[in-house]
Write a protein that binds this ligand. Structure first.
Ligand SMILES: [Zn+2]
Length: 168
Protein backbone atom coordinates (compact mmCIF):
# COMPACT_ATOMS: atom_id res chain seq x y z
CA UNK A 1 0.00 0.00 0.00
CA UNK A 2 1.03 3.59 -0.21
CA UNK A 3 2.17 4.73 3.21
CA UNK A 4 -0.59 5.74 5.51
CA UNK A 5 0.48 9.42 5.45
CA UNK A 6 -0.15 9.31 1.70
CA UNK A 7 -3.57 7.79 2.37
CA UNK A 8 -4.30 10.70 4.72
CA UNK A 9 -2.72 13.61 2.90
CA UNK A 10 -3.93 13.00 -0.66
CA UNK A 11 -7.69 13.00 0.04
CA UNK A 12 -7.29 15.68 2.72
CA UNK A 13 -5.72 18.06 0.19
CA UNK A 14 -8.31 17.18 -2.43
CA UNK A 15 -11.18 17.79 0.01
CA UNK A 16 -9.65 21.02 1.31
CA UNK A 17 -9.59 22.25 -2.28
CA UNK A 18 -13.18 21.35 -3.16
CA UNK A 19 -15.08 21.62 0.14
CA UNK A 20 -17.27 24.49 1.19
CA UNK A 21 -16.09 26.39 4.24
CA UNK A 22 -19.00 25.16 6.40
CA UNK A 23 -18.06 21.53 5.68
CA UNK A 24 -14.39 21.86 6.66
CA UNK A 25 -15.06 20.55 10.19
CA UNK A 26 -16.31 17.27 8.68
CA UNK A 27 -13.25 17.10 6.40
CA UNK A 28 -11.05 17.04 9.51
CA UNK A 29 -13.32 14.95 11.75
CA UNK A 30 -13.75 12.19 9.16
CA UNK A 31 -10.07 12.06 8.20
CA UNK A 32 -9.46 8.73 10.06
CA UNK A 33 -11.84 7.09 7.58
CA UNK A 34 -9.05 7.37 5.01
CA UNK A 35 -7.28 4.59 6.92
CA UNK A 36 -10.32 2.49 7.78
CA UNK A 37 -10.08 0.06 4.81
CA UNK A 38 -6.76 -1.30 6.08
CA UNK A 39 -8.48 -2.74 9.13
CA UNK A 40 -9.56 -5.64 6.92
CA UNK A 41 -6.06 -7.00 7.54
CA UNK A 42 -7.33 -8.17 10.90
CA UNK A 43 -10.11 -10.12 9.20
CA UNK A 44 -7.50 -11.84 6.99
CA UNK A 45 -9.26 -10.36 3.95
CA UNK A 46 -6.81 -7.55 3.28
CA UNK A 47 -7.49 -5.53 0.11
CA UNK A 48 -10.92 -7.18 -0.17
CA UNK A 49 -13.36 -6.92 2.74
CA UNK A 50 -13.10 -3.11 3.09
CA UNK A 51 -11.27 -2.33 -0.18
CA UNK A 52 -14.20 -2.71 -2.56
CA UNK A 53 -16.36 -0.23 -4.46
CA UNK A 54 -19.59 -1.05 -2.64
CA UNK A 55 -18.87 0.73 0.64
CA UNK A 56 -18.06 4.11 -0.95
CA UNK A 57 -20.93 3.63 -3.40
CA UNK A 58 -23.46 3.06 -0.60
CA UNK A 59 -22.09 6.09 1.26
CA UNK A 60 -22.33 8.27 -1.86
CA UNK A 61 -25.88 7.13 -2.61
CA UNK A 62 -26.87 7.80 1.01
CA UNK A 63 -25.42 11.27 0.60
CA UNK A 64 -27.53 11.88 -2.48
CA UNK A 65 -30.69 10.62 -0.78
CA UNK A 66 -30.34 12.06 2.72
CA UNK A 67 -30.07 15.80 2.19
CA UNK A 68 -29.53 16.60 5.85
CA UNK A 69 -26.27 14.63 6.09
CA UNK A 70 -25.18 15.01 2.48
CA UNK A 71 -21.78 16.56 3.21
CA UNK A 72 -20.92 13.93 5.85
CA UNK A 73 -21.78 10.98 3.61
CA UNK A 74 -20.04 12.42 0.55
CA UNK A 75 -16.87 13.27 2.48
CA UNK A 76 -16.82 9.77 4.03
CA UNK A 77 -17.27 8.27 0.57
CA UNK A 78 -14.45 10.42 -0.83
CA UNK A 79 -12.04 9.25 1.88
CA UNK A 80 -12.72 5.57 1.28
CA UNK A 81 -12.76 5.97 -2.51
CA UNK A 82 -9.35 7.61 -2.42
CA UNK A 83 -7.94 4.78 -0.30
CA UNK A 84 -9.26 2.14 -2.69
CA UNK A 85 -8.01 4.06 -5.74
CA UNK A 86 -4.52 4.60 -4.34
CA UNK A 87 -4.25 0.90 -3.47
CA UNK A 88 -5.37 0.04 -7.01
CA UNK A 89 -2.21 1.77 -8.25
CA UNK A 90 -0.03 -0.19 -5.82
CA UNK A 91 -0.83 -3.86 -6.28
CA UNK A 92 -4.59 -3.87 -6.66
CA UNK A 93 -7.81 -4.31 -4.71
CA UNK A 94 -10.67 -6.81 -4.90
CA UNK A 95 -12.91 -4.07 -6.27
CA UNK A 96 -16.06 -6.16 -6.63
CA UNK A 97 -15.70 -8.20 -3.43
CA UNK A 98 -17.60 -10.42 -2.61
CA UNK A 99 -19.17 -10.73 -6.10
CA UNK A 100 -15.93 -11.20 -8.04
CA UNK A 101 -12.58 -12.17 -6.51
CA UNK A 102 -10.15 -10.72 -9.09
CA UNK A 103 -7.87 -7.89 -8.00
CA UNK A 104 -8.35 -4.78 -10.11
CA UNK A 105 -5.02 -3.06 -10.64
CA UNK A 106 -3.47 -0.17 -12.53
CA UNK A 107 0.27 0.10 -13.17
CA UNK A 108 1.27 3.52 -14.41
CA UNK A 109 4.83 4.72 -14.09
CA UNK A 110 7.33 6.89 -15.86
CA UNK A 111 10.98 6.05 -15.18
CA UNK A 112 14.37 7.08 -16.46
CA UNK A 113 16.64 4.21 -17.50
CA UNK A 114 20.44 4.25 -17.09
CA UNK A 115 20.78 5.18 -20.75
CA UNK A 116 18.49 8.18 -20.19
CA UNK A 117 15.57 6.61 -21.95
CA UNK A 118 12.11 7.27 -20.60
CA UNK A 119 10.30 4.06 -19.69
CA UNK A 120 6.56 4.45 -19.63
CA UNK A 121 4.51 1.61 -18.15
CA UNK A 122 0.78 1.50 -18.41
CA UNK A 123 -1.14 -1.65 -17.64
CA UNK A 124 -4.48 -2.44 -16.04
CA UNK A 125 -6.89 -5.29 -15.57
CA UNK A 126 -7.53 -8.03 -13.07
CA UNK A 127 -5.12 -10.45 -11.45
CA UNK A 128 -5.88 -13.31 -9.03
CA UNK A 129 -6.30 -12.42 -5.36
CA UNK A 130 -2.98 -13.74 -4.10
CA UNK A 131 -2.77 -15.43 -0.71
CA UNK A 132 0.00 -13.03 0.30
CA UNK A 133 -2.54 -10.23 0.63
CA UNK A 134 -4.60 -12.14 3.17
CA UNK A 135 -1.78 -12.02 5.65
CA UNK A 136 -0.20 -8.69 4.74
CA UNK A 137 2.14 -8.41 7.69
CA UNK A 138 4.39 -5.46 8.16
CA UNK A 139 2.52 -3.00 5.98
CA UNK A 140 1.47 -0.54 8.67
CA UNK A 141 4.17 2.09 8.28
CA UNK A 142 7.64 2.11 6.83
CA UNK A 143 10.32 4.55 7.88
CA UNK A 144 9.45 7.18 5.25
CA UNK A 145 5.82 7.09 6.32
CA UNK A 146 6.64 7.51 9.98
CA UNK A 147 8.99 10.39 9.23
CA UNK A 148 6.35 12.13 7.11
CA UNK A 149 3.77 11.74 9.86
CA UNK A 150 6.09 13.18 12.52
CA UNK A 151 6.49 16.24 10.30
CA UNK A 152 2.73 16.69 9.85
CA UNK A 153 2.10 16.12 13.58
CA UNK A 154 4.69 18.74 14.46
CA UNK A 155 2.85 21.21 12.22
CA UNK A 156 -0.43 20.36 13.99
CA UNK A 157 1.17 20.98 17.41
CA UNK A 158 2.49 24.36 16.22
CA UNK A 159 -0.91 25.34 14.84
CA UNK A 160 -2.68 24.30 18.05
CA UNK A 161 -0.14 26.21 20.14
CA UNK A 162 -0.60 29.37 18.07
CA UNK A 163 -4.36 29.12 18.39
CA UNK A 164 -4.09 28.74 22.16
CA UNK A 165 -1.91 31.82 22.39
CA UNK A 166 -4.22 33.84 20.18
CA UNK A 167 -7.21 32.77 22.27
CA UNK A 168 -5.65 34.18 25.43
ZN1 LIG B 1 -5.31 -0.30 1.88
Amino acid sequence: MPDWPVHLIVPLLALLIVSRKEDLKYVFLLLPLALLPDFDTFAIQHRALLHNMFIPLILALSGLLIMKYRAIFLIASAYITSHVLLDMFTGGVVLFYPVYNGMAFVDASLMMSQTNNLLWTFDYGFRPYAVGWKTAYGYISDSTGTGAMVFVLAACVCAAYRRLREAR
